[in-house]
Design a protein around this ligand. Structure first.
Ligand SMILES: [Ca+2]
Length: 223
């Protein structure tokens, strides 16, 4: 475990956080992501999937760029969800999922700590095998130094239904050691063999337009 932590720290020093602004100049949103190996196109054959039992969680940590102050959405690559009860070509509908935003464990270590805001439940039935954007009910102020010391935060999911949905991960290229998984009990375990396919959408303004409810952008509700 200690070796893993030391390795994580070493990699944090050299890992590169990608900041992608896919919208035209003048817009305020950026997408934070690590090396998931998939770019903006279709996922590669190397993509795999994870799924947890009820109550399990998975997270990715980020550092807010100085130019952005608000977290407005979380993006998750939702993988195909097999029918329960045995092999089948059919896919079950996606089940509800809880979205979390965490403060860092401490200012010197980015693993998820306490919930920074009330977790959000998104209703099932959202698409599969694509990036799904879950808009938060209100932007989260990442400039709050009490909640996000050193501008560190994590986003992620908690499973409400066993093994539904599955979430993509990438095990090629760099493994950035910013993905965290499955705490039966603290501490979180860093993923040292893959990068979870979860992203943070940040903005420099609270004026960010929350997209209309659609299959591509799910408006979440605090629960
Ligand atoms: Ca990777």
């Amino acid at each position: 475990m200690m070796r893993g932590i030391v390795s994580a720290f070493a990699t944090i020093l050299c890992a590169v956080l990608l900041v992608v602004t896919p919208v035209p100049a003048g817009a305020t949103e950026s997408i934070l992501l690590w090396d998931e190996g998939v770019g903006w196109g279709a996922p590669p054959d190397s993509m795999h999937f994870i799924a947890g039992f009820r109550g399990m969680m998975a997270a990715v940590d980020f550092e807010t760029p100085a130019s952005t102050d608000f977290l407005v959405a979380v993006m998750v690559f939702v993988a195909e969800t097999p029918e329960s009860g045995g092999p089948s070509r059919r896919s079950a509908a996606t089940e509800s999922l809880k979205i979390h935003v965490w403060s860092p464990e401490n200012p010197d270590y980015p693993s998820p700590g306490e919930d920074a805001v009330v977790p959000v439940v998104v209703q099932g039935g959202y698409p599969q095998h694509e990036w799904v954007r879950f808009d938060l009910p209100t932007p989260v102020d990442l400039d709050d130094a009490n909640l996000f010391p050193e501008r560190l935060f994590s986003v992620g999911v908690e499973w409400l239904v066993r093994k539904n949905p599955r979430i993509g991960f990438d095990a090629v290229g760099a493994v950035d050691l910013h993905s965290w998984k499955f705490p039966w009990y603290p501490p979180w375990e860093v993923c040292d063999e893959y990068d979870l396919m979860m992203r943070a959408v940040v903005s420099d303004s609270v004026d960010t337009v929350i997209r209309p409810v659609s299959w591509g952008a799910i408006k979440s509700e605090f629960r």
